[in-house]
Design a protein around this ligand. Structure first.
Ligand code: ZN
Length: 319
């Protein structure tokens, strides 16, 4: 189901062209080569395909090969097929306790959102009500962006989970100019049939407010939103995330909400309301507090944060 009302996007370069392969459109050459040595033709064609966009080999205008144009996905309008979920690295997954399990990690915001106010301000349907497509996220006082932080932690958590055998999908990987919208972020987890989904954030409240908190979905029902089936498992996921995050980072639960539990329930987040899979958000600290910011800007601390997130997910999945 599409939640936006924009026209269908142009065909993406990431999709396979329905046209005949370009070499098949050159019958004279193909026949000549085929009549000489069919095996050589196959090798030659394979070479051309593998050579990719950096090759000097001629390619007729309009011919498309999957992934031939690295910039095209970012130029295309966002949709499920353009700028969609990022595939895990091509390397064969490790065998481990999470083999066969799928984890979706949602890096909050996008560094490009600041330049795309009109696009991210567009209202989307989150079932219970309508809300902005996405937000810019916050920054530290020195300008380190929440979107940079969340993507970095997502990469680190992905590596840890893949090492345990999980299939990991990111909702975006810096390949698109803005977004995804919150409804699409939820949809990516749903369509991946994720066993667990974690949206990574850092908060932006006044200095002196410190610590992390995990946001759990409230029980909501309205439109496409119905969280009845995920409230329980999401709480389990969230509690494991909070305890492991505290252990690996040494951080305390937030001192400004959640009554010291590090857990908060919300009914206004589209990414939770529209999820059909166990899902939580984690706010790893307060970017506007200098002591928290010193941690959030440290690669070593971010590795600990990712470890806590990965351990929490692993515990939830029984790995
Ligand atoms: Zn955020």
């Amino acid at each position: 189901m599409r939640y936006d009302d924009s026209p269908p996007p142009p065909e993406s370069a990431s999709s396979v062209s329905p046209d005949r392969p370009w070499f098949a459109r050159r019958p004279a050459l193909a026949v000549a080569l085929a009549s000489l040595a069919p095996t050589c033709l196959a090798v030659w064609v394979l070479t051309q395909v593998l050579a990719g966009p950096g090759s000097d080999a001629p390619r007729p205008a309009g011919a498309r090969l999957a992934g031939a144009s690295p910039g095209a996905a970012a130029d295309a309008k966002p949709s499920a097929s353009a700028g969609g979920p990022s595939a895990a690295p091509a390397a064969a997954p490790a065998k481990g306790p999470l083999t066969g399990r799928t984890v979706v990690i949602d890096p909050g915001h996008n560094t490009g959102n600041f330049k795309h106010g009109r696009e991210i301000d567009r209202q989307v349907d989150i079932g219970t009500h309508r809300k902005e497509c996405d937000t810019t996220g916050t920054t530290t006082n020195s300008g380190y962006m929440e979107a940079e932080f969340s993507l970095d932690v997502a990469h680190r958590a992905r590596a840890l989970l893949e090492a345990k055998g999980a299939k990991v999908v990111l909702t975006h990987d810096g390949e698109r100019p803005w977004g995804p919208c919150i409804d699409e972020r939820a949809r990516i987890g749903n369509e991946a049939a994720a066993d667990a989904v974690v949206s990574v954030h850092a908060d932006g409240v006044s200095s002196g407010n410190r610590g992390f908190h995990v946001i759990l979905p409230a029980r909501v029902k309205g439109g496409a939103a119905d969280t009845a089936k995920i409230v329980g498992p999401s709480r389990d996921l969230g509690e494991r995330l909070a305890s492991n995050f505290a252990r690996t980072t040494g951080s305390s639960p937030a001192n400004y909400l959640g009554s010291g539990t590090g857990l908060v329930v919300r009914d206004d987040l589209g990414g939770l309301n529209l999820s059909t899979r166990p899902k939580v958000f984690i706010e790893c600290g307060n970017m506007r507090d200098d002591k928290d910011a010193a941690q959030l800007t440290s690669p070593e601390w971010r590795q600990k944060a990712a470890q806590g997130i990965a351990d929490g997910i692993t515990g939830f999945l029984g790995g």
